[in-house]
Design a protein around this ligand. Sequence first.
Ligand code: EPZ
Length: 421
Amino acid sequence: MQKLVIVGGAPLRGRIRIGGAKNASLALLCATVLAGDVVTIENIPDINDVRVMIKLIEFIGAEVEWQGSDCVRITPPEAIAEMPPYHLAKKLRASNLLLGPMLARFGRAEIPLPGGCNIGIRPMDLHFKGFAGMGAEITLEKGSVQATCKRLKGSRIYLDFPSVGATENIMMAACLAEGQTVVENVAKEPEIVDLANFLNCLGARVRGAGTDIIKIEGMTSLGGCQRYAVIPDRIEAGTFMVAAAATRGDIQLENVIPLHLEPFRAKLKEAGVDIIEGEECLRVKVSGPLKPIDIKTLPYPGFPTDMQSQMMSLLSTVSGTSLITENIFENRFQVVDELKRMGARIKVEGRLAIIEGAGQLHGTQVKATDLRAGAALVIAGLMAEGTTEITNVEYIYRGYHDFESKLNGLGANVKAMKNGA
Ligand code: EPZ
C-alpha cells in the first residue's frame, strides 16, 4: 500500500497541463464495443480506472494497444469472448456502462452489479428502466445483472433523475435499436456530449446531447473512428484550481475548456479567487482575503458533486461560516472526519455541512476514503502547517495521472512512499 507525505505551506506557482477526462474516457471505452471497425482514441488519461476498463473490454474480446502515453488503438470484438469478471468489474462503478453496448451489439450481457461505495448506494434502477423500455429482459441473480434481447426497439424513456450513467448506457444501447429512442430529463454533463460526439463519429445518429432531451435513430451497425480526442478533465482542472486557491498561489492551467469549468469558476470567484480566462487556458491566483460561500451540488450545469470535497478543504481555512449541501449522493461527507483531525471545524447535519473556517490546518495522519476525498486531503496537506501523511492513496491513482509530480512541478513538496516506511 502507498502513502503520500506532504510538507505543507508552499504556494503553488507555474503551469500545468490538464489530461483527458476520466469519466468521458470510461464511457468511450465502453462505446467501442458497439464499433464495427478499428477505433483510435487520443488524450486518454493513463490512470488505474482506464487500465481496468481496458482489461474489461479485452475480456469481452477487444484488442487494445497503447500508442504513446495517451492514445489507444482498439479493434472491437466480433462476438463475446467472456463476460466481464467480478474481480475487475467490482473495481469501478463504470463497469455498468458495458451493459448497454453489449446488449445492443450482442443481444446479451452479464455484468457483476458494481454495488455501492463510500459515497452512496448508487442503484441502477434507471438504467434497467431504459433497457426494459426497449424490450430487454433484465434479471438479477448471484450479484450480477443479466440482460437479454434479440433486438432492442426504440422507445420513449423518461429518467426520474438526470443520471449520468443511465443517460450514457441508454444512449449507447439505442444506437443499434430498431427505430427512434427519445430519452427525456437526461444528464447534460460535458461527458455526455463527448460520448454522443464519439458515437456519431462511429456513424450513430445521436441528437440533442447537452439538452434535456436526446433523440437517437437506431442503426443496424456502426463503423470505426480514425482519431477521436477525449475532452479535458474538468474535475482534474477544478482540483488544481482549488489547490492553487488553497495555497494562495498563482497557476496557469492549459488544455482546458473554460465553459466546462463555469459552475465552479463562478463559485471560486464568489470566494474572492481571481480567475483570468484564455482560449484554452485559465489563470488562477489569489491576491486578497477569501470569503465564505454557500455551495449546493446539482446536476450539470450546477456545482459538480465531484468538486465538493475539494471545496470543503479550501473553505475549512476561510474565516467565516460556509455551507455545503450535497444533493447528489447521500454519503459524500466522508472527508469531514479526516479534515477535523487536521483542525477543521465542520458540522454535518444530513446533507448539509457547516464549515467554521479555522485559521490554519495542522498536518497529521489521515486516510483517503474515496477518489475525490483523497484529492481533498492532498489540498488540505498542501496548505497545512507541518507534515501530512495520507494512506489509501490507491483511490487517488484511480483518477489522477501523475498527481504528485504535477504538484511538485508547481512547487509543492509531495512524496509517494510505501506505507509503513
Ligand atoms: C457519474 O457517476 C460519475 N462517474 C461520478 O463521478 C459523478 O459523481 C456522477 O456521475 C454525478 O455527476 C462516472 O462517470 C464514471 P449518477 P454515476 O447516475 O453515473 C442516483 C468520480 O469521482 N441514481 O448521475 O454513477 C444515484 O444514486 C465519480 O469521478 C439512481 O437513483 O452517477 C445518485 O444519487 C464519483 N438510479 C444520483 O442518481 C440510477 O439508476 C447520481 O448518480 C442511477 C443513479
